[in-house]
Design a binder for this molecule. Structure first.
Ligand code: AMP
Ligand code: MN
Ligand code: MN
Ligand code: MN
Length: 274
Protein backbone atom coordinates (compact mmCIF):
# COMPACT_ATOMS: atom_id res chain seq x y z
CA UNK A 1 0.00 0.00 0.00
CA UNK A 2 1.08 3.50 -0.85
CA UNK A 3 -0.07 6.89 0.40
CA UNK A 4 1.36 10.10 -1.02
CA UNK A 5 -1.16 12.57 0.44
CA UNK A 6 -1.73 12.75 4.20
CA UNK A 7 -2.12 15.37 6.94
CA UNK A 8 -0.93 15.55 10.53
CA UNK A 9 -1.50 17.87 13.46
CA UNK A 10 1.14 20.19 11.95
CA UNK A 11 -1.73 21.45 9.76
CA UNK A 12 -5.32 20.21 9.92
CA UNK A 13 -4.95 16.52 10.72
CA UNK A 14 -5.74 15.15 14.16
CA UNK A 15 -2.77 12.79 14.62
CA UNK A 16 0.83 13.65 15.36
CA UNK A 17 3.22 12.69 12.53
CA UNK A 18 4.44 9.69 14.56
CA UNK A 19 0.87 8.53 15.26
CA UNK A 20 0.05 8.83 11.57
CA UNK A 21 3.10 6.74 10.63
CA UNK A 22 2.23 4.11 13.18
CA UNK A 23 -1.36 3.86 11.91
CA UNK A 24 -0.14 3.68 8.30
CA UNK A 25 2.49 1.05 9.12
CA UNK A 26 -0.13 -1.05 10.89
CA UNK A 27 -2.27 -0.97 7.78
CA UNK A 28 0.58 -2.18 5.57
CA UNK A 29 1.66 1.09 3.98
CA UNK A 30 5.21 0.76 2.64
CA UNK A 31 5.64 4.20 1.03
CA UNK A 32 4.30 7.32 2.70
CA UNK A 33 4.40 11.07 2.21
CA UNK A 34 3.26 13.66 4.73
CA UNK A 35 1.76 16.62 2.84
CA UNK A 36 0.50 19.21 5.32
CA UNK A 37 -1.02 22.47 4.06
CA UNK A 38 1.71 25.03 3.29
CA UNK A 39 3.94 23.62 5.98
CA UNK A 40 6.82 21.20 6.51
CA UNK A 41 6.76 21.24 10.32
CA UNK A 42 5.80 17.57 10.66
CA UNK A 43 8.22 16.17 8.10
CA UNK A 44 11.22 15.52 10.37
CA UNK A 45 9.14 13.60 12.91
CA UNK A 46 7.42 11.58 10.15
CA UNK A 47 10.76 10.80 8.49
CA UNK A 48 12.21 9.50 11.76
CA UNK A 49 9.10 7.43 12.50
CA UNK A 50 9.14 5.94 8.99
CA UNK A 51 12.84 5.08 9.34
CA UNK A 52 12.16 3.12 12.53
CA UNK A 53 9.07 1.46 11.06
CA UNK A 54 11.00 0.44 7.92
CA UNK A 55 8.74 2.46 5.60
CA UNK A 56 9.99 4.48 2.64
CA UNK A 57 9.22 8.18 3.19
CA UNK A 58 8.96 11.14 0.81
CA UNK A 59 8.94 14.59 2.42
CA UNK A 60 5.95 16.48 1.06
CA UNK A 61 3.79 19.59 1.23
CA UNK A 62 0.38 20.60 -0.17
CA UNK A 63 0.73 24.15 -1.48
CA UNK A 64 -2.28 26.49 -1.73
CA UNK A 65 -2.15 28.00 -5.21
CA UNK A 66 -4.28 30.65 -6.93
CA UNK A 67 -5.09 30.47 -10.61
CA UNK A 68 -7.77 32.63 -12.26
CA UNK A 69 -9.30 33.38 -8.84
CA UNK A 70 -9.60 29.66 -8.17
CA UNK A 71 -7.71 27.80 -5.46
CA UNK A 72 -5.74 24.72 -6.48
CA UNK A 73 -3.80 22.37 -4.26
CA UNK A 74 -0.43 21.32 -5.62
CA UNK A 75 1.41 18.58 -3.74
CA UNK A 76 5.21 18.73 -3.76
CA UNK A 77 6.71 15.27 -3.33
CA UNK A 78 10.34 14.49 -2.52
CA UNK A 79 11.13 18.08 -1.62
CA UNK A 80 14.16 19.06 0.45
CA UNK A 81 12.54 20.51 3.58
CA UNK A 82 15.58 22.72 4.15
CA UNK A 83 15.43 24.41 0.75
CA UNK A 84 15.51 28.18 1.29
CA UNK A 85 13.23 29.15 -1.63
CA UNK A 86 10.58 26.67 -0.57
CA UNK A 87 10.79 27.68 3.09
CA UNK A 88 10.50 31.38 2.25
CA UNK A 89 7.52 30.72 -0.02
CA UNK A 90 5.69 28.73 2.65
CA UNK A 91 6.42 31.40 5.26
CA UNK A 92 4.67 33.91 3.01
CA UNK A 93 1.65 31.64 2.63
CA UNK A 94 1.45 31.24 6.40
CA UNK A 95 1.28 35.04 6.70
CA UNK A 96 -1.56 35.03 4.15
CA UNK A 97 -3.26 32.31 6.24
CA UNK A 98 -2.94 34.37 9.43
CA UNK A 99 -4.45 37.46 7.81
CA UNK A 100 -7.24 35.49 6.21
CA UNK A 101 -8.03 33.81 9.54
CA UNK A 102 -8.41 37.19 11.23
CA UNK A 103 -10.75 38.34 8.47
CA UNK A 104 -12.79 35.13 8.73
CA UNK A 105 -13.10 35.86 12.45
CA UNK A 106 -14.28 39.43 11.78
CA UNK A 107 -16.86 38.32 9.21
CA UNK A 108 -18.26 35.66 11.52
CA UNK A 109 -18.31 38.18 14.39
CA UNK A 110 -20.34 40.55 12.19
CA UNK A 111 -22.87 37.74 11.71
CA UNK A 112 -23.19 37.19 15.45
CA UNK A 113 -20.67 34.40 15.97
CA UNK A 114 -18.36 35.54 18.73
CA UNK A 115 -14.81 34.37 19.36
CA UNK A 116 -14.28 32.27 16.24
CA UNK A 117 -10.73 33.42 15.58
CA UNK A 118 -9.64 32.87 19.16
CA UNK A 119 -11.49 29.55 19.25
CA UNK A 120 -9.91 28.30 16.04
CA UNK A 121 -6.46 29.37 17.29
CA UNK A 122 -6.99 27.48 20.52
CA UNK A 123 -8.03 24.31 18.67
CA UNK A 124 -5.05 24.64 16.34
CA UNK A 125 -2.55 24.86 19.21
CA UNK A 126 0.89 24.75 17.61
CA UNK A 127 -0.56 23.95 14.19
CA UNK A 128 -1.02 26.31 11.27
CA UNK A 129 -4.53 27.77 11.06
CA UNK A 130 -6.84 26.34 8.43
CA UNK A 131 -10.55 26.48 7.74
CA UNK A 132 -10.73 23.02 9.30
CA UNK A 133 -10.03 24.65 12.69
CA UNK A 134 -12.84 27.14 12.12
CA UNK A 135 -15.13 24.26 11.15
CA UNK A 136 -14.21 22.42 14.37
CA UNK A 137 -14.85 25.56 16.38
CA UNK A 138 -18.26 26.17 14.76
CA UNK A 139 -19.22 22.57 15.46
CA UNK A 140 -18.01 22.47 19.06
CA UNK A 141 -19.60 25.83 19.87
CA UNK A 142 -22.91 24.43 18.64
CA UNK A 143 -23.35 26.69 15.60
CA UNK A 144 -23.60 23.71 13.21
CA UNK A 145 -24.54 20.08 13.63
CA UNK A 146 -21.32 18.76 12.06
CA UNK A 147 -18.19 20.07 10.38
CA UNK A 148 -19.57 19.53 6.88
CA UNK A 149 -22.37 22.00 7.71
CA UNK A 150 -19.76 24.55 8.74
CA UNK A 151 -18.57 24.78 5.12
CA UNK A 152 -22.10 24.68 3.71
CA UNK A 153 -23.35 27.45 5.96
CA UNK A 154 -20.36 29.60 6.83
CA UNK A 155 -16.96 28.81 5.36
CA UNK A 156 -17.54 27.60 1.80
CA UNK A 157 -17.40 29.69 -1.36
CA UNK A 158 -20.15 32.32 -1.37
CA UNK A 159 -20.90 31.93 2.37
CA UNK A 160 -20.63 34.76 4.93
CA UNK A 161 -17.36 33.56 6.47
CA UNK A 162 -15.63 32.86 3.17
CA UNK A 163 -12.60 35.01 2.54
CA UNK A 164 -10.72 34.49 -0.69
CA UNK A 165 -6.98 34.63 -0.33
CA UNK A 166 -4.19 35.39 -2.76
CA UNK A 167 -2.11 32.21 -2.50
CA UNK A 168 1.01 31.43 -4.52
CA UNK A 169 0.81 31.68 -8.30
CA UNK A 170 1.14 28.43 -10.24
CA UNK A 171 4.60 29.51 -11.41
CA UNK A 172 5.74 30.25 -7.85
CA UNK A 173 4.48 26.94 -6.53
CA UNK A 174 6.22 24.99 -9.28
CA UNK A 175 9.43 26.97 -8.88
CA UNK A 176 9.55 26.29 -5.14
CA UNK A 177 8.88 22.57 -5.55
CA UNK A 178 11.37 22.13 -8.36
CA UNK A 179 14.02 24.28 -6.64
CA UNK A 180 13.66 21.93 -3.67
CA UNK A 181 14.25 18.92 -5.95
CA UNK A 182 10.67 17.66 -5.81
CA UNK A 183 7.87 16.71 -8.17
CA UNK A 184 4.68 18.76 -8.54
CA UNK A 185 1.38 16.87 -8.41
CA UNK A 186 -2.08 18.35 -8.95
CA UNK A 187 -4.06 17.15 -5.94
CA UNK A 188 -7.58 15.66 -6.11
CA UNK A 189 -8.41 17.01 -9.62
CA UNK A 190 -12.06 15.99 -9.45
CA UNK A 191 -12.72 17.46 -5.98
CA UNK A 192 -12.70 21.16 -6.89
CA UNK A 193 -16.15 21.10 -8.40
CA UNK A 194 -14.82 22.48 -11.69
CA UNK A 195 -16.63 21.89 -14.95
CA UNK A 196 -14.83 19.61 -17.40
CA UNK A 197 -13.93 22.68 -19.49
CA UNK A 198 -12.27 24.34 -16.50
CA UNK A 199 -10.52 21.17 -15.49
CA UNK A 200 -8.99 20.86 -18.96
CA UNK A 201 -7.94 24.55 -18.84
CA UNK A 202 -6.29 23.98 -15.48
CA UNK A 203 -4.52 20.81 -16.56
CA UNK A 204 -3.28 22.66 -19.65
CA UNK A 205 -1.92 25.52 -17.52
CA UNK A 206 -0.37 23.09 -15.05
CA UNK A 207 1.32 21.16 -17.89
CA UNK A 208 2.62 24.35 -19.49
CA UNK A 209 3.98 25.60 -16.18
CA UNK A 210 5.95 22.37 -15.75
CA UNK A 211 3.64 20.21 -13.63
CA UNK A 212 4.78 16.60 -13.34
CA UNK A 213 1.85 14.50 -12.20
CA UNK A 214 -1.75 14.38 -11.05
CA UNK A 215 -3.51 12.30 -8.45
CA UNK A 216 -5.27 9.51 -10.29
CA UNK A 217 -6.56 7.88 -7.13
CA UNK A 218 -7.55 10.27 -4.36
CA UNK A 219 -9.30 9.44 -1.11
CA UNK A 220 -12.41 7.45 -1.81
CA UNK A 221 -12.28 7.73 -5.62
CA UNK A 222 -14.86 5.48 -7.26
CA UNK A 223 -14.02 3.43 -10.39
CA UNK A 224 -15.59 6.03 -12.71
CA UNK A 225 -13.53 8.82 -11.18
CA UNK A 226 -10.37 6.73 -11.47
CA UNK A 227 -11.13 6.06 -15.14
CA UNK A 228 -11.71 9.77 -15.86
CA UNK A 229 -8.52 10.76 -14.03
CA UNK A 230 -6.48 8.07 -15.77
CA UNK A 231 -7.78 9.26 -19.13
CA UNK A 232 -6.77 12.85 -18.34
CA UNK A 233 -3.34 11.77 -17.05
CA UNK A 234 -2.78 9.91 -20.30
CA UNK A 235 -3.99 12.79 -22.44
CA UNK A 236 -1.70 15.31 -20.72
CA UNK A 237 1.17 12.85 -20.21
CA UNK A 238 1.21 13.31 -16.47
CA UNK A 239 2.64 10.72 -14.13
CA UNK A 240 0.11 9.32 -11.69
CA UNK A 241 0.04 9.63 -7.91
CA UNK A 242 -2.18 8.06 -5.26
CA UNK A 243 -3.11 9.43 -1.86
CA UNK A 244 -5.84 9.15 0.73
CA UNK A 245 -5.88 12.84 1.78
CA UNK A 246 -6.17 11.39 5.27
CA UNK A 247 -6.93 13.91 8.02
CA UNK A 248 -8.43 11.93 10.90
CA UNK A 249 -9.18 8.28 11.63
CA UNK A 250 -12.74 7.41 10.66
CA UNK A 251 -14.75 4.43 9.59
CA UNK A 252 -14.57 5.33 5.92
CA UNK A 253 -11.12 6.85 5.46
CA UNK A 254 -7.80 5.52 6.70
CA UNK A 255 -4.24 6.06 5.46
CA UNK A 256 -3.13 3.80 2.60
CA UNK A 257 -4.55 3.20 -0.85
CA UNK A 258 -4.74 -0.41 -1.98
CA UNK A 259 -6.00 0.22 -5.54
CA UNK A 260 -3.27 -0.10 -8.18
CA UNK A 261 -2.69 2.69 -10.70
CA UNK A 262 -4.42 1.90 -14.00
CA UNK A 263 -2.00 0.38 -16.52
CA UNK A 264 -0.24 2.77 -18.85
CA UNK A 265 0.17 5.48 -16.21
CA UNK A 266 3.72 6.01 -15.01
CA UNK A 267 3.93 5.97 -11.22
CA UNK A 268 5.39 9.13 -9.68
CA UNK A 269 7.12 7.12 -6.97
CA UNK A 270 9.30 5.41 -9.56
CA UNK A 271 10.95 8.79 -10.30
CA UNK A 272 10.15 10.91 -7.28
CA UNK A 273 12.75 13.61 -7.74
CA UNK A 274 13.42 16.03 -10.53
P1 AMP B 1 -7.89 26.05 3.92
O1 AMP B 1 -6.68 25.59 3.15
O2 AMP B 1 -7.54 26.69 5.22
O3 AMP B 1 -8.83 26.87 3.09
O4 AMP B 1 -8.67 24.76 4.37
C1 AMP B 1 -8.98 23.80 3.42
C2 AMP B 1 -9.24 22.51 4.16
O5 AMP B 1 -10.54 22.55 4.71
C3 AMP B 1 -9.22 21.33 3.22
O6 AMP B 1 -7.93 20.81 3.08
C4 AMP B 1 -10.11 20.36 3.94
O7 AMP B 1 -9.38 19.69 4.92
C5 AMP B 1 -11.12 21.26 4.61
N1 AMP B 1 -12.35 21.41 3.82
C6 AMP B 1 -12.62 22.32 2.87
N2 AMP B 1 -13.86 22.18 2.39
C7 AMP B 1 -14.41 21.15 3.06
C8 AMP B 1 -15.67 20.51 3.05
N3 AMP B 1 -16.65 20.91 2.25
N4 AMP B 1 -15.86 19.48 3.89
C9 AMP B 1 -14.87 19.07 4.71
N5 AMP B 1 -13.66 19.63 4.78
C10 AMP B 1 -13.43 20.66 3.96
MN1 MN C 1 -7.10 19.80 4.82
MN1 MN D 1 -6.39 19.59 -0.76
MN1 MN E 1 -4.91 17.42 1.50
Amino acid sequence: MIDLHTHSRASDGTLSPAELVSLAAGRGVTLLSLTDHDCLDGVAEAAAACASAGIRFLPGVEISTSLDKKTLHIVGLGVDPENAALKAGLARLQAVRDERAQEIGRRLEAKGIAGAHAGALMLAGDARLTRTHFARFLHRAGHVKDERQAYKKWLGRGKPGHVSAEWASLEETLNWIHAAGGRAVLAHPLRYGFTRTWLVKILTAFKQAGGDAMEVISGRSNPDEIAVSAHLAGRFEFMGSVGSDFHAPSAWLQPGVDIPLPSGIKAIWESPSA
